[in-house]
Ligand binder design. Structure first.
Ligand SMILES: [Zn+2]
Length: 379
């Protein structure tokens, strides 16, 4: 038997410690992150039917839905299920029965990589509203994508929306929600038309482009990560370019999209906003949260009761001692109407198993909520 493990693909991350028949021992690669984190992804190539046991050398690497699996080389994803882990957070069993592809990608969560962004752009190829350009080049000289949505045929004053994800590159589920917002803004229905009449949208789906492609953890990168780099002297070209973009126009609505810890805890399996320090921003976030609770889909529900006010749980001053994230920096630097982060779990939100479809639908509900929020803060 010559079962193989590969990591030479976008997002790949694992060290092979041992392959002994049907038992495989692996370590996730921390790269240059200072603390323990949980991202890993590998391709297994099976040449013999049987039950394979994958074990990691450290714990807390599996979601409450088990690993995510892809049978089409990382394009579509499903959960393997918590049952296959036998309640552990560092091992799972996979039964290769020969019915599906013998090449299977396993990952902490459902990957969203440049191929998914290319597919999104291709689905909207020919849209007069969407343009794709290069925001800047990453430290490794990769182009950083900027998506721009604008209906130039509709005149009148428009407000600016900015959406980002992957300041922590491993936080892949957030990008499906971001895609859901963009998809809604490009739609030919009433909601899409209303959004385009009122807003110009810019979006950077991969704020740490190198980390996304290389399969890094990204979180707690040394000396600090992309989400602690905002201020006078950013060290990442993406952050510098996003700062310039955000300061070039008054921002109406800025949403920086994240995923929390992999499972459990007080809030890691709920969708929530980390609250701001500033009372006026906290008030506006409360209004937006009330609206989003109403619109959020049943299979990716948002509840205002899961709010994490500033100064509670992990969201305290000491968490930002290395530097500011995008939205906190923007609130301190100028006067956006709304500038917040959102945390979208990897796998479970308030007891619902998340899927690509349900998280895209959450994105749609965020887009719908922006319209009502805008109407109501005028009153
Ligand atoms: Zn994050």
């Amino acid at each position: 038997m010559s079962m193989k493990i590969e990591t030479a693909f976008p997002g790949g991350n694992v060290f092979i410690e041992d392959i002994n028949g049907f038992d495989i021992l692996l370590t996730r690669d921390m790269r240059n992150s200072a603390s323990t984190w949980f991202y890993w992804a590998f391709r297994a190539i099976f040449d013999q039917i049987g039950e394979y046991h994958f074990t990691f050398t450290t714990s807390n690497l599996l979601s409450s839905c088990g690993p995510a699996v892809s049978y089409d080389d990382g394009i579509t994803w499903e959960w393997l299920g918590y049952e296959c882990t036998n309640g552990s957070r560092n091992s799972f069993t996979y039964n290769f029965d020969g019915q599906k592809s013998n090449k299977v990608i396993f990952c902490t969560g459902m990957q969203y990589l440049p191929i998914h962004l290319e597919q999104f752009i291709a689905r909207h190829n020919g849209s007069p509203y969407l343009s794709h350009s290069i925001l800047t080049y990453s430290r490794k000289n990769r182009p950083v994508s900027l998506l721009h949505i604008e209906d130039t045929s509709s005149h009148g004053e428009k407000k600016h929306i900015f959406l980002s994800s992957r300041h922590h590159c491993c936080e892949m589920m957030a990008t499906y929600a971001l895609e859901g917002i963009l998809e809604t803004a490009l739609g030919n229905d009433e909601t899409g038309r209303r959004i385009r009449e009122r807003y110009i949208i810019d979006s950077v789906p991969f704020a740490d482009t190198d980390g996304v492609i290389d399969g890094d953890q990204g979180k707690n990168r040394i000396p600090h990560d992309h989400a602690r780099d905002y201020g006078e002297h950013p060290i990442y070209p993406e952050v510098k370019a996003i700062q310039d973009l955000l300061l070039s126009e008054k921002q109406f609505f800025v949403l920086d999209m994240h995923c929390p810890w992999i499972y459990g805890g007080a809030q890691n399996e709920t969708i929530y906003f980390p609250g701001p320090e500033e009372p006026d921003h906290a008030e506006r976030l409360k209004l937006f949260s009330e609206i989003l609770e109403k619109y959020s889909p049943a299979d990716a529900p948002f509840y205002i009761g899961n709010h994490v006010p500033f100064g509670t749980l992990w969201h305290t001053k000491s968490n930002y001692s290395q530097g500011l994230p995008c939205v906190a920096w923007l609130r301190k630097t100028c006067t956006p109407v709304f500038a917040h982060a959102i945390e979208i779990p990897y796998a479970i939100a308030s007891d619902k198993k998340l899927t690509v479809a349900s998280v895209r639908a959450l994105g749609r509900s965020i887009a719908e909520s922006i319209l009502e929020f805008d109407d109501r803060i005028k009153n």
